[in-house]
Design a protein around this ligand. Structure first.
Ligand code: ZN
Length: 329
């Protein structure tokens, strides 16, 4: 079957008689909507009777974030959801055993997250957030070792540490990976998502919230770790933590491979720990899927497509309503 694929309002796949919208913003006139994961750029309230394919975890996390995806299903004839390793519940979608959309993708097991799954397909639609060849991330163990050494050094001098990651996804990975330090406090937005993970059976410690720690005077007893959303060093919240407690900020993002990132954002430290593939992993994933045609979406889609062409693949960027290049929320 020859599918037609466009990227106007989200990605639209026409497969036989069926129109499937992949991570749309405002889907209209389609038969199936697929929501790959619960980051806010994929969230909306479903008003129509359209069939929404998503994982049970994504439907749950959406509700916890105040979105109603309507009646959802995590399986349907002709469709297969594939774990994409990006955040809890994130999936790619295999359509008719031929067309595979990755959604946001990560190939490194991290904390409670597994490697994203590849599958042989004819047409691959792959995300390309870090689709340029200088985006190469060190092994997770190396990053953890460096960060634990840094925390150890700061703690020995009584200096508190603010670990920053997006409230859904990265913050839970940080909550898991750095739980052996004491005490750890979490910002309320992180606490809400940690609790949602706990309800889904992910074993995360029940950390005291920042607000409670502040009210009880616990923050005066240094050092401590705070797991916080990503805020630039120029925000009042971070400035307050620095003025009052002399806290040091540590951000986690694939963008930290760019030397300017840490300075532009005003972070004290930044480490390349990502919920996306680095460049080599994107190429490896394409090889594993061995598609006849590759479409690249989001981020450095043109750059990744041209590199894949040099490797002998029929690859094109699927341009259109490009979403944020940021790692998302
Ligand atoms: Zn995402």
């Amino acid at each position: 079957m020859k599918p037609s694929i466009t990227n106007m309002n989200g990605i639209l796949v026409k497969y036989g008689n069926i129109k499937i919208a992949l991570d749309p913003h405002n889907p209209q006139g389609v038969d199936v909507v697929f929501v790959s994961h619960a980051h806010l750029d994929h969230m909306y309230n479903v008003k129509s009777e359209v069939k929404v394919l998503t994982s049970a975890e994504t439907a749950f996390l959406a509700r916890e974030r105040g979105y109603d995806l309507g009646e959802t299903m995590d399986e349907s004839s002709g469709f297969q959801l594939m774990d994409s390793g990006h955040i809890l519940g994130s999936c790619g979608l295999l359509i008719g055993g031929e067309v595979f959309y990755t959604g946001d993708l990560a190939l490194r097991p991290r904390a409670f997250l597994k490697r994203g799954k590849s599958v042989k397909c004819d047409v691959l639609i792959i995300e390309s957030t870090y689709g340029m060849d200088h985006f190469l991330f060190p092994p997770l163990e190396k990053v953890l070792d460096e960060v634990n050494r840094l925390i150890s050094d700061l703690f020995s001098r009584g200096i508190p540490v603010v670990l920053m990651g997006y409230p859904l996804g990265k913050a839970q990975v940080l909550s898991y990976l750095f739980s052996s330090w004491e005490p750890v406090y979490v910002h309320e937005s992180v606490q809400r998502m940690n609790e949602a993970h706990a309800k889904m059976g992910i074993g995360l410690n029940n950390f005291v919230s920042y607000q409670e720690a502040k009210e009880k005077g616990l923050l005066m007893r240094k050092p401590w770790i705070l797991i916080s959303p990503v805020w630039s060093g120029r925000t009042n919240f971070i400035k307050g933590l620095k003025d009052r407690y002399n806290a040091v900020t540590v951000a986690f993002s694939g963008w930290s491979v760019e030397p300017s990132y840490k300075y532009a954002m005003g972070f004290d430290h930044a480490f390349p720990m990502s919920d996306h593939c680095d460049f080599d992993e994107l190429v490896r994933f394409v090889k594993e899927c061995n598609p006849k045609k590759v479409y690249t979406v989001h981020g450095f889609s043109s750059e990744l497509a041209s590199r894949l062409k040099k490797l002998g693949y029929d690859a094109s960027p699927l341009l259109g309503s490009q979403r944020s290049l940021d790692e998302s929320l």
